[in-house]
Design a protein around this ligand. Structure first.
Ligand code: ZN
Length: 333
């Protein structure tokens, strides 16, 4: 075998994506399929098949692989390699490490996808170009999450759930409830899933007259239950007055969220990914970049979109497979 290869897998809400990559972070082959939610072992069987297919394509033996890194939304038992009550998979616990290692005799490592994001950025993104020692990755997609490397040390936390930044409080008035059941959290206002809730809240506060004159009303023919984040950002791009006002408010909340991140982790660089930020960079990022200085005590870091785009978690999974010598300890731990 000429070069060392590993498999990285990213388990999302609906899809499972996988790559076989070399240590330089070049993806040789990639696959995407719907997650098998029929039984508890469905995902592990999918991953085993994926690994077999990749090895056949790359013309190597499975045992020649350096490892398998799996990034997934939490919560999880990282060391045991078990997902706990995963979204969209109707089981309390989904074991991955044990069933896969039983079939394939190479090390399998599970990591929170946001933590994988910062690891991917550090190894293969902007962080690698500059050797950044204090780096945070923020994802703004369906939810809001993060991963942090502090003093070149990857923060993992109890159960692998460090840097749950989406649950920082940004609204002490607690007007909206978060998916986690608590109120006032950043994610409850500014994530792709919850922006519609914030819009409906503001509509009720602002009053019918102004809302009815807005494009936001016309786009859903007055049925506000139909509004989604994409329609909202479309209205902002069309310079609808009300949409712009609410975008500014969301920008203020995002600036508070990022300021908390800066004062908690003192990063010199924050990279941002997730569908909301990637698709609406020019709306989402500028208010944050402009306003964090009004809130922070720490030095203002650079805040930039991740060059790894939607693959940042996959890069992290690959990095995890390569950087964990015995696959339970990363070089950043
Ligand atoms: Zn929450």
């Amino acid at each position: 075998m000429s070069e060392s290869l590993a498999v990285g897998v990213d388990i999302g809400g609906t899809n499972l994506r996988g790559v076989i990559a070399n240590e330089a972070g070049e993806f040789l082959f990639r696959e995407k399929e719907k997650i098998n939610t029929k039984d508890k072992k469905g995902i592990s069987r999918q991953i085993i098949k994926l690994v077999d297919d990749f090895c056949e394509s790359a013309k190597i033996e499975v045992n020649d692989l350096k490892g398998i890194g799996i990034a997934s939304t939490g919560p999880m038992k990282r060391k045991e390699g078990v997902l706990i009550e995963p979204t969209n998979i109707p089981f309390d616990e989904v074991p991955l490490k044990e069933p896969i290692e039983k079939k394939i005799d190479i090390p399998v490592s599970l990591i929170n996808d946001c933590i994988a994001g910062v690891l991917g950025e550090k190894e293969y993104g902007i962080g690698s170009e500059r050797n950044v020692e204090n780096l945070v990755y923020v994802t703004m997609g369906t939810g809001i999450g993060g991963g942090a490397i502090v003093d070149n040390h990857l923060l993992i936390g109890e159960g692998g759930n460090a840097a749950e930044i989406g649950h920082f409080t940004v609204d002490p008035e607690e007007r909206l409830e978060c998916g986690c059941g608590k109120k006032g959290h950043w994610e409850a206002y500014c994530s792709g899933k919850n922006i519609p809730n914030y819009l409906r809240l503001r509509f009720s506060e602002i009053g019918d007259e102004r809302v009815q004159n807005s494009l936001l009303h016309d786009l859903v023919s007055g049925d506000y239950s139909e509004i989604d984040a994409k329609l909202f950002f479309d209205a902002v791009r069309k310079e609808d007055e009300l949409a712009n006002q609410i975008a500014e408010e969301i920008g203020n909340l995002n600036a508070i969220g990022f300021s908390n991140v800066i004062d908690a982790y003192a990063p010199s660089l924050i990279t941002v990914g997730g569908s909301v930020a990637l698709k609406n960079e020019k709306i989402v990022l500028p208010p944050v970049q402009k306003q964090v200085k009004n809130h922070i005590r720490n030095i203002e870091p650079e805040i930039a979109i991740t060059p790894l785009k939607e693959d940042v978690g996959l890069y992290g999974a690959v990095a995890e497979a390569f950087t964990s010598p015995n696959q339970s300890e990363s070089r950043y731990l």
